[in-house]
Design a binder for this molecule. Structure first.
Ligand SMILES: [Zn+2]
Length: 310
């Protein structure tokens, strides 16, 4: 039996060849793939709440991540069935993908998008934006990294900065070649996939901290208030060196402000309270912050040079 090449027996539209090729390319890289509904980002198949408990789910529901495969025969069979978009299961693929998104319509003008946030994050860390394999998404960009093997990184939302999400275990990314109503996913920088830099991995493995709240000080002279606000900003943006690095920053900043306390320019409790809040925002334990701040203030106040000689 022959059939016209552009109309398939099951009545579906002809398969765009790049989708099967995209799935095979990913699988050949060792990245397990899942079919996504044609033209969409949603995984094909039933959600857990609608699991029939039969077939591949006979022994319990299997998530898209668990179903993801690099088996070329299974991929040929699935994509011959329908023109699925391609999802890459980042966890089993050993990938961590940084997902840069655009600003939302309701955000104020000038709000940073994901790309600007990543640039700022790298500048604060004194690091270059890593060179790696990139995919232009419908509305942003994906940066692919080899995930560290000593930790099992999960997905994150806005943890690295505004509009920066990460996909690892428990998630997936839409692969190049896929198309949604917002546009087509395409390789934008065909470099090799870099290892996730250690400093980024550290940010994703440290205990999560709340977003820093800008400190506004009302007591004290203008110079003292300015110094306190500036040092609080330094403390909350301290991300390097783990807990020791944050504690060192806390100590140094407390010392810088302490001389204003010694000079009587600002009440001690105002400084303690503000710096305590900034220290806790970095994820340091409150008791550790208190000890560090108290010892810094005590020492500087005891040894402060009079203002005239400063
Ligand atoms: Zn199921």
């Amino acid at each position: 039996m022959t059939q016209p090449t552009d109309i398939r027996r099951d009545g579906h539209r002809p398969l765009p060849p790049d989708l099967l090729a995209s799935a095979l390319t990913a699988a050949e890289r060792g990245w397990p793939v899942i079919p996504l509904h044609p033209g969409s980002k949603r995984p094909a198949g039933h959600p857990k709440r609608a699991c029939p408990g039969t077939g591949r789910c006979a022994d319990g529901h299997r998530t898209p991540e668990e179903r993801a495969t690099t088996d070329l025969d299974l991929i040929h069979a699935a994509w011959a069935h329908r023109p699925y978009n391609v999802g890459i299961a980042t966890g089993p693929a050993g990938l961590l993908v940084i997902d840069l998104d655009p600003v939302k319509a309701e955000e104020p003008e000038g709000a940073p998008d994901g790309a600007a946030s990543l640039q700022a994050l790298c500048e604060r860390a004194g690091q270059a934006v890593p060179d790696t394999y990139r995919v232009r998404t419908a509305r942003g960009e994906h940066l692919y990294f080899t995930a560290p093997t000593d930790v099992r990184l999960k997905c994150s939302v806005d943890r690295l900065g505004p509009h920066i999400d990460t996909r690892a275990w428990g998630g997936y990314v839409v692969a190049p070649g896929s198309t949604t109503p917002d546009g087509t996913y395409e390789v934008s920088h065909d470099a090799s996939v870099a290892d996730l830099p250690g400093w980024l991995a550290a940010l994703l493995t440290e205990p999560h901290r709340p977003a820093p709240v800008p400190v506004r000080v009302h007591d004290g002279t203008r110079a003292a208030r300015t110094a306190l606000e500036r040092e609080c900003a330094v403390i909350v943006s301290a991300t390097e060196g783990g807990p020791n690095g944050r504690n060192n920053t806390l100590h140094k900043s407390a010392c810088k402000v302490a001389r204003f306390v010694a000079w009587g320019d600002i009440p001690r409790h105002v400084v303690e309270q503000a710096i305590q809040g900034a220290g806790e925002a970095t994820g340091l334990p409150p008791a550790e912050c208190r000890t560090t701040i108290r010892s810094a203030l005590d020492w500087v106040i005891a040894h402060a040079t009079p203002r005239e000689a400063a």
